[in-house]
Design a protein around this ligand. Sequence first.
Ligand code: DP6
Length: 415
Amino acid sequence: MAEDRSDAIIVTCTAPVNIAVIKYWGKRDEELILPINSSLSVTLHQDQLKTITTAAISRDFKEDRIWLNGKEEKIDHPRLQSCFREIRRLARKRNSDNKAPSLHLNLSHKVHIASVNNFPTAAGLASSAAGYACLVYTLAKLYGVEGELSAIARQGSGSACRSMYGGFVQWIMGKSAEGMDSIAQQVAPETHWPELRILILVVSSEKKSVGSTAGMQTSVETSLLLKYRAERIVPERMKEMIDCISQRDFAKFGELTMKDSNQFHATCLDTFPPIFYLNDISKRIITLVHQYNAYYRETKVAYTFDAGPNAVIYTLEHNISEFVEVLKYFFPPECNGEPFVKGLSFESISLSGNITASIGMEPCPGGIQYIISTKPGPGPQLVNNADLHLLGLDGLLKKTSYTSSSSSESERTSV
Ligand code: DP6
């Protein structure tokens, strides 16, 4: 597992992105990151989207340091510090219980971290979720600690606690003031619904204008609709969503997913001043999905949007070829030689004119930049290959480490 040639111990892990179908929006405690409602998400497959993090510890390191996507960043960010503090607390407890005392690890030794994503940071693609989940999982492996790691990842970024598991994951809001019961739990593993597919429609890879943290704070302060949603709507929806998943009922799952996304964006509009995450392309995608489902008189595809204009589409494997052709018809690609659809492959088919005529929208060339096709996947993983460490034995960033995330399968999704 950990490597200890010379004095440095080095561990590398990966963690997934998750996309909520019942949204988290609003905190009751800003510091501990305790939410005002429970939420539920699907963990995406790491063959397409992941964060890779290396952590190294050595008595020779002078200070804790961190490199994000190839650039050294300040280590004193309070959320980073919370994660370090909580993992070291577990390690101290483990040492004092003397269960498995580590021969090498001195808790006063400094740690170097490097982390890269293979998808655009802050494009509404939940990069902080995968990032903090990966940090916490990697530090836990480095120090050899176990325990309720989702409660630690939560203190990095709320949605990160859901990336600590694969498949279908709920974040139970909890009741306590300390947050020990505000944890993630797997509802079903990634193998539970093998036909489920996810398409990420990248409309914009620019940084979002209002970040989730600031946005939800203003919503909590000003939106009565958000309060109503958290208290009266989400508790029932959580039960309903868990039922849809356990019965693999796509029509109900899709409808509830769309309604919950719409309600989240309604609370953004009800925030004062209002927050707009959807743009014209997002709205055209919403219309297209409803027209497509209306054509079949069945919910075959569903959309959801986080704090940005990119759409995430849930559908079943047998619908994907046709729906992607419909997307290509109404959003003709302007690809500059790059593939329009990256990731998990599927058959390509030719489209019937009836569908496009029945949808009857004006095509919008270049509206969607590219699509990432994926499916549900597992939780964080330990990487058992020293060549993939992002840090060298000297604890410094390897020259190749920033690009190493765009190798093999990931290459198709790198941007
Ligand atoms: C819209 O987890 O990014 O994606 O806890 O402040 O870090 P912080 O917020 P973050 O919020 C994610 C909000 C969301 C919905 C969701 O993922 O449930």
